[in-house]
Design a protein around this ligand. Structure first.
Ligand SMILES: CC(C)(COP(=O)(O)OP(=O)(O)OC[C@H]1O[C@@H](n2cnc3c(N)ncnc32)[C@H](O)[C@@H]1OP(=O)(O)O)[C@@H](O)C(=O)NCCC(=O)NCCS
Length: 442
């Protein structure tokens, strides 16, 4: 309390605002699984101790954390000390017997250092008393890369599978799981892996909600500025050779995980204090976010969709969740609708009604077919609409709802007074229905 009293009024207001803005994310992240990968360079970075603090914080908020560390600089240092040269072919390390010894030592010492830092808790911070348990072990099963183009890669391997059961057990107990870039084969051999390979496999097999890479720069750049959001289709159009090597690897990984159902990959700058919190708990984040957005086929609705749309929304109109729309009204307003079509069936829809003068738009009729819920479809559809609205110069989206308030609040919408709505909309407000009004700046 004393500390709060010392901050000036301005800081207090900012703090309260920040906390309020973060709360939807805090709720949304509870029990979610995040795989967070960083190179061995991170350990030497001034931001490593603050990062550990932030990981402890995420852990205490109920986020299920799997950390994947690299050890490249530590391995290279050991090899140099012993005068061993690491050979590469096709950009892949060849790990001979001598190199494997260095890999084992380096990975072991990095792992122990991370475990020590995490066990220290976060002294002299408000998280001082947080006990963090770290679980590491033989959770990565690997196989040799083998011989490629006549070159034997020896102890360099690739992930065969992840022991997801063991990892989930530890996560269920509230522990943080730490994975090293080493894998074990059922024959008892050890293989040198890349952290990206381990992180990719872990994210896919654990069906993580997010894969987060802490990288050396701000994220993916178009040569001039940072690209904040990328879809898979946009990645295909990128000239990958213009990106830094580590970014190329992360993008390759992001594409793989997205195709396998991991909805979001984040690339964030490891040199910025609190970068992980800024990325996760602020609306715009600070790095590059990669989403599948395959949208199945997400497209503007056409007149032929009216039948499918009615099938989707009528049950909810009957329940009173949605305002009833006649077929005629739907036909007239069809241009405002966006639908998600899967194998010829409309599985989700939403409508956006712009108020151009006020730079606002109303989101309405957001529905996912009950058989297709629980797969982030509404989130994806909403970000699709948000992107479109932004392109059309809209600054904020509002929604009137009677039964779905929390869903919107958890996604950054705040309740507002009806008077803040465009006059035209205020005039149509149905006082009997008594919907709450929420708005989100985009
Ligand atoms: C809201 C809706 C579009 C979300 O669809 P979805 O992306 O498939 O997501 P889910 O149904 O899996 O729900 C995602 C999360 O939102 C929550 N949620 C769903 N409906 C909610 C509601 N009415 N209020 C608060 N939270 C809700 C779910 O519990 C789930 O959270 P959890 O996984 O932490 O439990 C879908 O539930 C729906 O079609 N609802 C009926 C129509 C509706 O209410 N539309 C909004 C009015 S315009």
């Amino acid at each position: 309390m004393r500390q709060i009293a010392l901050i000036d009024a301005n800081d207090k207001a900012n703090y309260v605002q920040w906390f309020r803005n973060s709360s939807p994310y805090i709720n949304a992240f509870r029990d979610r699984t995040f795989v967070i990968a960083f190179g061995g360079e991170m350990l030497a970075d001034a931001q490593f101790a603050p990062l550990v603090h932030d990981l402890a914080l995420l852990n205490s908020l109920g986020v299920r954390l799997v950390l994947v560390h690299g050890a490249r600089p530590q391995i290279e240092q050991r090899l140099n000390e012993q005068g061993i040269k690491l050979n590469y072919a096709n950009d892949i390390r060849i790990t001979d017997d001598e190199a494997l010894k260095c890999v084992k030592q380096a990975s072991g010492s990095v792992r122990v250092e991370i475990e020590a830092l995490l066990s220290m808790g976060v002294s002299n911070t408000p998280m001082d008393s947080a006990d963090i348990r770290v679980a590491s072990g033989n959770y990565v099963i690997a196989k040799p890369i083998g011989i490629l183009d006549g070159i034997d890669f020896q102890h360099t391997g690739e992930v065969r599978r992840i022991d997801d059961e063991a990892i989930h057990t530890h996560l269920d107990e509230g522990a943080i799981v730490l994975l090293s870039p080493l894998g074990y084969s059922p024959t008892g051999e050890i293989f040198n892996l890349t952290a990206e390979d381990v992180a990719t496999a872990a994210a896919i097999q654990l069906q993580a909600d997010k894969l987060i890479y802490l990288v050396d720069n701000d994220g993916v750049s178009d040569g001039q500025q940072l690209i904040r959001e990328l879809t898979l289709a946009e990645i295909e159009k990128l000239s990958l050779s213009e990106q830094a090597k580590d970014i190329q690897k992360c993008l390759h990984s992001a594409v793989q995980v997205c195709h396998s159902g991991v909805p979001r990959t984040h690339l964030i700058n490891r040199h910025i204090d609190g970068s992980i919190l800024l990325e996760l708990f602020t609306r715009d984040g600070l790095g590059t976010l990669i989403t599948a957005e395959s949208f199945e086929d997400t497209r503007q609705a056409a007149i032929d969709d009216v039948g499918g749309l009615l099938e989707l929304i009528e049950p909810l109109e009957d329940e009173g969740v949605l305002v009833r729309r006649s077929r005629e009204r739907l036909e007239m307003e069809i241009d405002h609708f966006t639908v998600v079509e899967r194998d010829g069936m409309i599985v989700a829809c939403a409508a956006l009604y712009p108020y151009v003068k006020e730079k606002m738009a109303e989101l309405a009729c957001l529905v996912v077919h009950p058989d297709y819920r629980k797969q982030n479809r509404a989130d994806m559809l909403f970000s699709y609409l948000e992107k479109q609205a932004k392109q059309d110069g809209i600054n904020s989206i509002f929604v009137l709802t009677t039964r779905t308030a929390h869903w919107f609040q958890e996604r950054g919408f705040n309740e507002i007074d009806i008077k803040k709505l465009p006059m035209e909309k205020q005039a149509l407000y149905n006082y009997q229905r008594n919907s709450k009004v929420f708005m989100k700046k985009i």
